[in-house]
Design a protein around this ligand. Structure first.
Ligand SMILES: Nc1nc2c(ncn2[C@@H]2O[C@H](COP(=O)(O)OP(=O)(O)O)[C@@H](O)[C@H]2O)c(=O)[nH]1
Ligand SMILES: [Mg+2]
Length: 300
């Protein structure tokens, strides 16, 4: 039963139970401040006793839509140089999988909607963009292998180092290779960080600093990967990563699971970080630019 159905069931034929509505919104991981604000706005606005549950759902969706940008900003591009996308997040959120999916998307995959329409990168499908992956999760040998398997499957270039190598040095090397080969996008997959571990955050900062020596505009994007099933914990992850690195966007994964990803509304609201891409499954095409309308339909 989705959120809409459960709300409809709760409210069918009854006056609006504001406490129930509040609980439902909190269960969707919207967080307490946004939930209370929405309820207050609704309570002030209409004579709800006269309206149906559909009107309430619509009003709630409208309120959430006001927080989220209508269109996600396109991925920032460098001209004549590689555009660098740094992919960060805690363990197991889907960084490596998302790096592979993003490589595929940039290369022109998953433009199902319209072949002629530009995708999130401002690129038309027939204008093939080149991608290189940097296996900067040198902390786990298996992580390097995992990215290598994807790279082979997707026929994408990869720069990898030894297990335990310095990830900042690896990214530096990867950037030089990408620049030399005139690659359009360099995607750096990093190790899973517990956001509370200061030394690991320092390592990510070092990657950023090192890259910026090669081009002061890099990384062009620093994307935090959050897992929709972890609920409101993603908000505290976003705070810490944003504080340390200055995030430019979110990738929300596992929206095919039990989590509805309401936390991205809270993250946008509190930190102003937009959701750029969404993961909806384990296969390579289960990935797309954030679409507010689709997102809201899935959420409520
Ligand atoms: N259902 C689902 N699983 C995902 C999604 N994204 C990643 N995963 C799975 O989550 C697990 C961890 O992914 P991984 O990319 O290794 O995470 P990392 O530790 O952040 O690099 C893997 O089993 C992935 O297949 C998604 O959007 N939906
Ligand atoms: Mg990984």
């Amino acid at each position: 039963m989705n959120f809409l159905q459960s709300l409809a069931k709760q409210f069918a034929g009854k006056p609006i139970d504001w406490d129930e509505l509040e609980e439902s919104l909190i269960r969707a991981d919207l967080g307490v401040p946004i939930t209370l604000r929405i309820i207050k706005t609704l309570q002030e606005r209409e004579a709800w006793a006269l309206l149906g549950v559909g009107d309430v759902i619509k009003a709630v969706r409208d309120e959430i839509a006001r927080i989220l940008p209508r269109d996600p900003a396109p991925i920032r591009r460098a001209t004549g140089k590689p555009s660098v996308i740094l992919i960060v997040g805690v363990n197991g959120t889907g960084k490596t999988t998302s790096a592979a999916k993003l490589a595929h998307l940039i290369q022109g995959g998953n433009c199902r909607a319209s072949v002629s329409a530009p995708n999130a990168f401002g690129v038309h499908r027939n204008a093939l963009q080149t991608v290189m992956l940097a296996a900067a999760d040198t902390f786990r040998a298996a992580a390097i292998e995992q990215l290598e398997i994807w790279a082979k499957r997707l026929d994408v270039k990869i720069v990898r180092g030894q297990h335990g190598a310095d990830p900042a040095a690896l990214c530096y090397e990867a950037y030089q290779a990408a620049a030399k080969q005139k690659i359009d996008f360099l995607l750096c997959d990093t190790a899973g960080r517990q956001h509370t571990k200061a030394n690991l955050m320092a390592e990510l900062q070092k990657i950023k600093r090192t890259l910026s020596k090669l081009d002061p505009d890099t990384p062009h994007e620093t994307l935090l990967v959050v897992d929709a099933t972890t609920g409101s914990n993603a908000l505290s992850q976003a705070r810490e990563f944003h504080n340390a690195l200055g995030l430019t966007g979110l990738v929300v994964t596992k929206l095919d699971g039990s989590g509805k990803g309401g936390v991205v509304v809270a993250i946008q609201d509190e930190l102003g970080i937009p959701t750029r891409l969404v993961g909806t499954g384990e296969t390579i095409d289960d990935f797309a630019p954030f679409d507010r309308k689709k997102y809201l339909e899935n959420l409520l």
